[in-house]
Design a protein around this ligand. Structure first.
Ligand SMILES: NC(=O)c1ccc[n+]([C@@H]2O[C@H](COP(=O)([O-])OP(=O)(O)OC[C@H]3O[C@@H](n4cnc5c(N)ncnc54)[C@H](OP(=O)(O)O)[C@@H]3O)[C@@H](O)[C@H]2O)c1
Length: 326
C-alpha cells in the first residue's frame, strides 16, 4: 500500500510517499480501506519528533483519523461487515491506503456526510467531547471559552457547545477568523492580537475554558473563570510551566484538568465512541453540525497540508484525499 512516512524528524519536506505492507489485524480489529484522512496539529508535532506514537501503532506513519470502507474484519468482530462505510479514531497510521483499528473505535459515517467530511470528525469530536463535556462538565446556559476558535478543535467545540445550549466565546488571531467563528454560532470573539481576552470577557466571566495555549494564558484564564469554573488543557503550545496563585483557585473553587487522547487505552476510546455515537451523531445527522473543510490535498501532497497547517492560515480542517472513488 502507499503510505506517507516521516523519513526523519523535521519540516514538512520529511513527509515522503513510500510503499509499505498492508497492516495485519487481530481478532477484534478491522482493516479499513482509507478514502480520506484528517490532518491535525498533533501530526505536525509528531513529524517534528515531539509526539511519538504509542506502542502498537506504526511509529513513522502519521494520521489520527480516517474515513473509508471496511476491507476485512477480525473473527470476533460482530458489529461491522466488509463494505460498511465508517470513520475511525486511530492512534497513528492514518496517512495510508489501509489502516487497522479496534472495531469499537469506528462509527458509521453520519448520514449526509461524504468521506472527506467524515474524516474530519473523529480526532476533534472525541477530544472536545472528552474534555469539554466529560472533564469540563459544560452544561446548557453555561459559557465556554475556546482559545484558537478557528482551529479544527475550535470549530468543533463551538458547534457542539451551541448544540447543547451553551454560550461560546473564542479567541482568534484575525477578524476574518472571528467572523467565521460567529457564523458557526460563537457568541463573541476576541482578536488576541488586538485585545486582551481577560479584559474583554471580565464582566461576563466564563464557566469552562478549553485551552491549548498553556502558560502564556494561565493567569488570565484563572482571572476570567467564574466561581466553580473549570480549566481544561489539551496542549500547552505557549509554555508548559506556569505559576499558580493557590488562593485564587481556593477562593473561586476552580478545577484544573487536562488530557491527551492518543495514548488512552482502547477501553476508554471504545466507551467514548459509544457515547459519541449516542449523543453527538444525532446532532450531525440532524444537520446541526457543519463540517468545515478549509482545503483538501491528495495523499502524496501531505507535506503541503502540513505547511498550510503550520502557516495557521486555515479555518477549520485540512483533509488528505487518499482515494477519491465514491
Ligand atoms: N489533548 C489532546 O488529546 C488533543 C487532541 C487534538 C488536538 N490537540 C491540540 O489542540 C490544538 C489544536 O489542534 P488542531 O488540530 O485543531 O490545530 P490547528 O487547527 O492548527 O489550530 C491551532 C490554533 O492555535 C491558534 N493559536 C495560536 N496561538 C494562539 C494564541 N496565542 N491565542 C489563541 N489561539 C492561538 C491558531 O489560531 P490563530 O492563527 O488565530 O492564532 C490555530 O487556530 C493543538 O495544540 C493540538 O495539539 C490536543
Amino acid at each position: 500500500m502507499k503510505a506517507i512516512v516521516i523519513s526523519a524528524p523535521g519540516g514538512p519536506e520529511v513527509l515522503r510517499l513510500e510503499e509499505r505492507d498492508k497492516p495485519s489485524f487481530a481478532v477484534n480489529e478491522v482493516l479499513i480501506k482509507v478514502k480520506a484522512a484528517g490532518v491535525n496539529r498533533p501530526d505536525v508535532f509528531q513529524r517534528k519528533g515531539n509526539y511519538p506514537a504509542p506502542p502498537g501503532v506504526p511509529a513513522d506513519i502519521p494520521g489520527l483519523e480516517v474515513a473509508g470502507t471496511i476491507a476485512a474484519c477480525g473473527v470476533d468482530v460482530e458489529q461491522w461487515k466488509v463494505g460498511d462505510r465508517v470513520c475511525a479514531l486511530v492512534a497513528g497510521g492514518g496517512y495510508a491506503e489501509y489502516v487497522v483499528v479496534d472495531a469499537a473505535q469506528c462509527l458509521p459515517i453520519p448520514l449526509g456526510f461524504n468521506f472527506t467530511e467524515a474524516a474530519s470528525l473523529p480526532e476533534t469530536v472525541y477530544t472536545v467531547w472528552s474534555n469539554v463535556f466529560q472533564r469540563g462538565r459544560l452544561s446548557p446556559m453555561e459559557t465556554l471559552l475556546v482559545h484558537g476558535g478557528s482551529s479544527g478543535i475550535g470549530i468543533t467545540a463551538i458547534q457542539l457547545a451551541k448544540a447543547f445550549g451553551a454560550k461560546v466565546f473564542v479567541t482568534v488571531g484575525s477578524d476574518e477568523k472571528g467572523a467565521a467563528c460567529l457564523q458557526l454560532g460563537a457568541d463573541r470573539y476576541v482578536n488576541y492580537k488586538l485585545e486582551d481576552f481577560a479584559e474583554a470577557f471580565a464582566d461576563d466571566g466564563v464557566d469552562v475554558i478549553l485551552d491549548m495555549i498553556g502558560a502564556e494564558y494561565f493567569e488570565r484564564n484563572i482571572q476570567v473563570l467564574k466561581t466553580e469554573g473549570r480549566l481544561v488543557f489539551i496542549n500547552a503550545m505557549k509554555g508548559n510551566a506556569a505559576t499558580l496563585d493557590i488562593m485564587k483557585v481556593m477562593r473561586k473553587r476552580i478545577s484544573i484538568s487536562g488530557s491527551t487522547l492518543r495514548n488512552r487505552e482502547t477501553a476508554f476510546k471504545a466507551a467514548l465512541t459509544k457515547e459519541i455515537g449516542e449523543k453527538v451523531w444525532p446532532i450531525m445527522e440532524a444537520g446541526e453540525f457543519k463540517p468545515v473543510i478549509y482545503k483538501t490535498f491528495p495523499l502524496e501532497e501531505a507535506y503541503q497540508a502540513h505547511a498550510l497547517m503550520e502557516s495557521s492560515a486555515h479555518i477549520g480542517k485540512i483533509v488528505l484525499v487518499v482515494d477519491d472513488e465514491k
